[in-house]
Ligand binder design. Structure first.
Ligand SMILES: [Zn+2]
Length: 362
């Protein structure tokens, strides 16, 4: 009896040590695989480095490539999650079309990182992360406007020689409030959705400016051209473009809403329920909503496109502090991308038919 107790004691001790060992391995590996700077300024260089590291940590699940360059020659890097052979069906997540809105790239990166971690059973934030990949590939372009993000961060490394040119562009408030690309064109007014001549946003500028200048002709900026070529070929069933502020989603416009047989309404309703965001009616006037990536997706390709405005709204250009990201953004919006993935998978065949019919009629 005595001997049995000693044996049991040692056996239990051994089991306990084994559990402790694996627990520490798991928490170590999870910690080392979570790369995002939740509370700090998250620069273009840091994002590029993290994209590379994530690809190296998950080589079988990811693919990394460039879709073009910015005006100042910085790569527009895309990471794809999926099996080695790309699938026909996909969704695209885009951040930082607008320079100062750096919560948006942080959001795209955090979602991407946690999605990858969800493949291991120890981190189950997105429980069906592996299952979704049977149906779709996920593409991430965290920084659509690298030059602009660097200007807003006053991070001149690699773009020093453009500084005189940047200084000549009309500037509203400080560099931190810069919204345009490096040559003073607002990328989200520059997409070729046939509204260029009409388009006159609230902050319209007739000359290159830190915000509100749509360019002299549609798709003038290199960034816009590169993104358009990429989506023209990829044809993602849904594109989510992340911005700040408002805690709202621009999800439909009067010209294209009828294409989608209510699928856009259904997705929007679920996204609002999960986030507590406010309802936005179908945008009525192309002069005010046109020129965005989401408009291009709907109007030129007959595919779903939404513009998600993260963090609460106010009339200040100044962005909220880096260390408020989790409370202001993540806590509310973390389920939005997954809801879109689920609904797109559910309605994939119908969405493909809508796109095909649309292309035939155009
Ligand atoms: Zn924006």
């Amino acid at each position: 009896m005595q001997l049995l107790n000693v044996k049991t004691f040692f056996f239990n001790g051994l089991i306990f040590s084994v559990i402790l060992f694996f627990t520490s391995i798991n928490s170590w590996s999870q910690k080392s695989c979570y790369l995002i700077e939740d509370d700090e300024k998250y620069t273009y260089e840091m994002i590029q480095k993290d994209l590379d590291s994530l690809h190296k940590l998950f080589p079988e699940r990811t693919n990394i490539f460039t879709i073009g360059e910015s005006e100042f020659g910085l790569p527009l890097t895309v990471l794809r999650i999926g099996s080695p052979i790309p699938k026909k069906r996909s969704l695209l997540f885009v951040g930082n079309v607008h320079a100062r809105e750096d919560y948006s790239s942080k959001f795209v990166m955090k979602f991407l990182n946690l999605y990858l971690l969800s493949f291991s059973r120890d981190s189950i934030i997105y429980k069906k992360a592996s299952d979704y990949l049977n149906d779709v590939d996920l593409y991430f372009l965290p920084v659509a406007n690298p030059d602009g993000l660097k200007i807003a961060h006053e991070n001149w490394i690699g773009i020093e020689k453009y500084l005189p040119q940047i200084n000549e562009i009309k500037r509203i408030e400080t560099f931190a409030e810069w919204k345009a690309n490096g040559t003073g064109i607002d990328l989200n007014d520059s997409f070729d959705d046939s509204t260029h001549s009409l388009n006159r946003s609230y902050n319209y500028s007739p000359v290159p400016c830190s915000e509100g200048f749509k360019g002299k002709y549609p798709a003038e900026p290199k960034e816009t051209k590169a993104i358009q070529s990429f989506v023209d070929e990829l044809k993602p069933l849904m594109t989510l473009s992340f911005h700040t502020k408002g805690d709202i989603i621009y999800w439909a416009d009067s010209k294209t809403h009828h294409y989608f047989n209510g699928i856009d309404s259904l997705i929007n309703e679920r996204a609002l329920n999960s986030s507590g965001f406010s309802f936005v009616p179908v945008s009525p006037n192309p002069a005010t909503y046109g020129g965005g990536l989401e408009n291009y997706m709907r109007y030129k390709l007959g595919l779903l496109g939404s513009c998600v405005e993260l963090s609460s709204g106010d009339s200040n250009r100044k962005q909220f502090a880096d260390n408020q990201f989790n409370t202001r953004v993540w806590k509310k919006a973390w389920q939005i991308p997954i809801i879109c993935i689920e609904e797109v998978i559910k309605h994939a065949m119908e969405l493909e038919e809508i796109h095909t019919k649309f292309k035939k009629e155009k």
